[in-house]
Design a protein around this ligand. Structure first.
Ligand code: GCU
Length: 650
């Protein structure tokens, strides 16, 4: 039997308003009665307004909700107008209508009444995607929320939970989902075989009903592993024809398929390099096979040398993505989207924005974020990522375009999902804000992080002001706190190797992954200016100049870009070493405050949420102290410099 799960922000409850009488839903031009928008509206209204008598099409009803499809709107756009007598939602397609209906329901719940609304909305980013790193055996790479709900024992699962998931994603505007891990090689089961088509088709159809396209991560060497060919050279006609035939087979068997996601030549995954070909050769070969079916290839730019010698101070992993892909700008077919991680390393708590967002002016790009909190506390620590994601989207690349923010350079965003089969989907209830917020941000990036999180808190916990205020305070301060008690000033990688939880300042120092802090008794950080690895020169002016000197580099990225002595004075007026000590104490105090505030909500939030939260806040505090004492002791022992405030540094 399927384990129980929460409906999260779609767990509708009766509104606190007196409403009785007839309520009619009128399906006008182009709206099928059995579409998802109509079924969602019925589910919502019958619960929100339990006194209402729900009918279809009665003109005389006291309250009328009209739905129609309007050609003048973009397919995923909608208009919504409402007052106390009724509402009208027009969508550019069934998907647009669905988004409009969800917006209306959201307004009813957050406003607790039949409010006046008039708006026209269309999503800012055409592709709004979640990438699952779920394996066919049901395990999840970097999963902190239980097992996969897509797979069990090498089978695809389709259940009520799948429907609820599709509803949750659609309600925040997600329109694509890759269901399997990007690390495909080594998987016992490969989805490119006909044994899976029937289930994939059912899944694709189900997701499609909610406006979501199904994507599959594929193995670049599938012509060999699945097809039995001797090689997977993208320029080999036999390989090209194998993929063409495979695309024909799978696209004609599976409804709702959007395309393939590919991790190639990265961390052991096969790719075009084995045949002396570049990434444009590889991606375009697949894109041409998918083109007749309207399919897209989402090709990841996370390509670097993961067998580096730590003694080599010239090779800089941060440069790798840029060096691989920048020379190929303009060489990709129009159904290829390059998926670029938000920073040049790997989802650290603080990284500069990836320079590829500036330079790839003639290539479709999607930004890749990570909701799974691999390096940000693994859903045991509260770490709300939405303010950071928003800051990254708003970041200006200064690449000569009139509109030069990351948001203006991308046509999509994808995030590594943080979900699993835990009761609350994301292991920690508060981590649900990241899932919700990512979708909302991609749809309407003009919303502030505070507005988005506030909306989520209200939908999840109702209108209790004390609860809202405290949760909002915790969530909005959580990323800063995490950053303070873990790794200072953009340095990254002080976590324990492999599982990436908890502190180990030299855990990655003498390893092969290109992840070094180079701390010694005098100084710390990497000189990435032109005098050093040259990474800062991959940005346009003025960024390259700003990043190249400790005098101008923003403090929060100082140790990413510069190597400085412990006595270097920051813009705050503190020395570097004193900043490290102080921020670790402050971050830890914040973690303590979060736990105290959360405990004060006992009785105001439901008992399970309270229990789950307390357990996690307690662990967060334990781990924060560990981070504080280990990182402070590390720098104290190396530098020999005492804390100005005489605190114990161990
Ligand atoms: C990180 C993560 C891996 C993952 C990789 C990726 O390195 O630790 O588990 O496979 O990112 O993004 O492909």
């Amino acid at each position: 039997m399927e384990a129980a799960y929460s409906k999260l922000w779609l767990d509708y409850k009766p509104l606190d308003i007196p409403f009785s009488g007839s309520l009619a839903i009128r399906c006008l031009k182009g709206v099928r009665r059995d579409c998802a928008a109509v079924s969602e509206l019925i589910t919502a209204l019958s619960t929100l307004l339990p006194g209402a008598e729900l009918t279809f099409g009665a003109d005389s009803a006291a309250f009328i909700v009209e739905l129609d499809i309007a050609d003048y709107l973009s397919p995923e756009g909608y208009t919504l107008s409402a007052d106390e007598r009724g509402a009208s939602v027009s969508g550019g397609s069934e998907a647009g209508l669905l988004y409009g209906v969800f917006d209306y329901i959201r307004a009813l719940v957050t406003e607790q009444g039949l409010t006046r609304i008039s708006r026209k909305v269309s999503p800012a980013l055409p592709l709004r995607m979640l990438d699952h790193w779920d394996n066919a055996d049901g395990s999840i790479e970097r999963g902190y929320s239980g097992r996969s709900f897509f797979f069990r024992d090498n089978e695809i699962i389709i259940s009520d939970r799948t429907v609820q998931y599709a509803r949750l994603l659609a309600s925040v505007g997600i329109n694509a989902v890759a269901i399997n891990n990007v690390n495909v090689r080594g998987e016992a089961v490969r989805f490119l075989t006909s044994a899976y088509y029937q289930k994939l088709d059912m899944l694709g159809e189900l997701l499609g009903r909610w406006g979501i396209s199904l994507y599959l991560s594929v193995d670049f060497s599938a012509p060999m592993s699945v097809g039995g060919l001797p090689a997977a050279d993208p320029l080999d006609p036999a390989v090209q024809s194998w993929w063409r035939e495979k695309a024909r087979e799978i696209f004609s068997s599976v409804r709702g398929l959007g395309g393939f996601l590919v991790k190639a030549d990265s961390e052991g995954q096969p790719g075009p390099y084995a045949y002396g070909r570049d990434h444009a050769d590889g991606a375009n070969m697949l894109a041409r096979a998918l083109k007749p079916w309207g399919g897209k290839v989402i090709w990841r730019c996370f390509v670097y040398n993961c067998s580096q010698d730590w003694r080599d101070t010239r090779t800089d992993r941060a440069c790798a993505g840029y060096n691989t892909f920048a020379p190929l700008d303009g060489h990709f077919d129009d159904n290829v989207i390059l998926q670029v991680k938000n920073g040049p390393m790997d989802f650290q708590v603080r990284e500069p924005v990836h320079p590829l967002f500036g330079v790839m002016k003639n290539t479709a790009l999607a930004a890749e974020f990570q909701l799974a909190q691999e390096y940000t506390g693994q859903q045991l620590h509260v770490c709300c990522l939405i303010p950071m994601f928003r800051e990254i989207m708003e970041f200006r690349m200064h690449n000569g375009r009139d509109k030069d923010r990351v948001l203006d350079m991308i046509s999509g965003a994808a995030a590594v999902s943080n979900t699993g089969d835990s009761f609350c989907w994301t292991g920690s209830e508060l981590a649900g804000a990241n899932l919700y917020g990512f979708g909302r941000l991609c749809f309407q990036p003009e919303l502030s992080a505070e507005d988005i999180i506030d909306e989520w808190v209200t939908l999840m916990f109702g209108g209790n002001e004390e609860v809202s205020e405290k949760l909002l305070y915790i969530l909005l301060g959580s990323h800063e706190a995490y950053e303070k008690y873990t790794v200072p000033l953009g340095l990254g990688w002080m976590c324990k190797p492999n599982h990436h939880y908890g502190p180990d300042p030299w855990g990655y120092e003498f390893d092969r992954w290109g992840t070094y802090n180079r701390a010694d008794r005098d100084a710390v950080g990497i000189d990435r200016s032109g005098r050093g690895t040259g990474y800062s020169e991959l940005y346009y002016p003025p960024l390259c100049d700003i990043y190249s000197s400790p005098e101008t580099c923003p403090d929060e990225l100082l140790l990413f870009f510069c190597r400085v002595p412990y006595t270097h004075v920051l813009k705050s007026g503190k020395t570097l070493i004193q900043h490290i000590y102080d921020s670790h104490f402050e971050g830890c105090e914040q973690a303590e405050e979060f736990y105290r505030l959360f405990r004060s909500l006992e009785g105001s939030i439901d008992a399970e949420t309270f229990r789950n939260g307390c357990e996690r806040f307690k662990e967060q505090l334990r781990c924060a102290k560990e981070w504080r004492d280990i990182v402070n002791a590390f720098f104290h022992r190396l530098s020999g410099i005492e804390d100005e405030h005489g605190r114990r540094l161990y």
